[in-house]
Design a protein around this ligand. Structure first.
Ligand SMILES: Nc1ncnc2c1ncn2[C@@H]1O[C@H](COP(=O)(O)OP(=O)(O)O)[C@@H](O)[C@H]1O
Ligand SMILES: [Mg+2]
Length: 271
């Protein structure tokens, strides 16, 4: 039997749930991500994307349910999970008062890379993310796109099998976004890295993702390939039309924070 058939999927999620003060932010979601593929979690602000990523990266314990990353249970074996993943948070994580190189050195130490290997890997990731020339400049002088690429470089130092990117291109101009898209595609093609990214950018999801899962009020409302989802809704449909079809609201306009909170409370009380 070919190895792939007996290998567990890169990510398997079983009824994963997380509540804050009794209000569910993510409720009984289940899905799988095969090795070497890219899954996009799409949804407006407050849908539960970051909460999902925080549970899968072991930073936040689930209220119930669980998930496996590369065969390791996020609840039972969090330290094994952490060794196999890279994580780029939604909020700024690089230190502006240090150079790109110094930021990478810190990450290398954090991941426990041996000294000789550290230097070599830092050079490789700087090169891979197109930051060789800027390596010794202070991050405060980097553009938004360069900072994002540095943060991804930090997450790649220990050659993770699965990479989590929380809104990697939010706030970037179109040119910087395209550079990042290309890097993500090469990463997947050259290294076979499994990638789970969140976004509310439909073009990004369409271009990068093998599968997309639409999140709305803590639930996955539908999940399939971008092409199949669009075909189901209509011949000229965009991914935004798909989201509207399932939720009655546009992903772009989204719900306001208060709106989402009120509706989530209502749902919680109903259940
Ligand atoms: N630490 C927290 N305490 C209380 N509520 C939270 C916390 N983090 C997130 N939430 C709530 O959980 C819901 C989902 O948030 P989040 O996972 O950040 O969504 P997204 O990343 O899709 O914007 C939101 O209603 C948000 O207000
Ligand atoms: Mg978020």
């Amino acid at each position: 039997m070919p190895l792939q058939e007996i290998d567990p999927p890169a990510i398997e999620v079983f009824d994963l749930t997380r509540s804050y003060n009794g209000v569910p932010a993510v409720e009984k979601i289940s899905f799988q991500v095969p090795h070497g593929s890219v899954l996009g979690l799409l949804g407006p602000n407050g849908a539960g994307k970051t909460t999902t990523i925080k549970m899968l990266t072991t930073l936040l314990p689930p209220t119930s349910g669980t998930a496996m990353v590369c065969g390791y249970d996020i609840v039972q074996a969090p330290s094994y999970v952490r060794r196999t993943i890279g994580y780029v948070p939604q909020l700024l994580s690089a230190d502006g008062d240090l150079s790109g190189y110094e930021n990478l050195l810190l990450s290398g130490k954090l991941y426990g890379l041996p000294r000789q290997q550290r230097e070599k890997r830092i050079r490789e990731v700087l090169d891979f993310m197109g930051l060789k020339e800027a390596a010794h400049q202070l991050v405060n002088h980097y553009s938004g796109g360069m900072i994002r690429r540095l943060e991804i470089a930090q997450a790649l130092l220990h050659l993770p099998k699965v990479l989590f990117l929380d809104e990697p291109t939010v706030g970037l101009d179109p040119a910087a976004r395209q550079v990042l898209w290309h890097r993500i595609q090469v990463l997947r093609e050259q290294y076979g890295t499994t990638i789970l990214l969140t976004t509310h950018d439909m073009d990004e999801a369409d271009l990068l993702c093998d599968m997309v899962a639409f999140m709305h009020l803590g639930h996955i409302v539908t999940m399939d390939t971008p092409a199949k989802l669009k075909a189901m809704v209509g011949p000229q449909a965009t991914l935004n039309n798909v989201f509207m079809h399932y939720t009655g609201t546009s992903i772009k306009e989204g719900d306001t924070y208060t709106h989402v909170k009120q509706r989530r409370r209502a749902i919680a009380h109903r259940g």
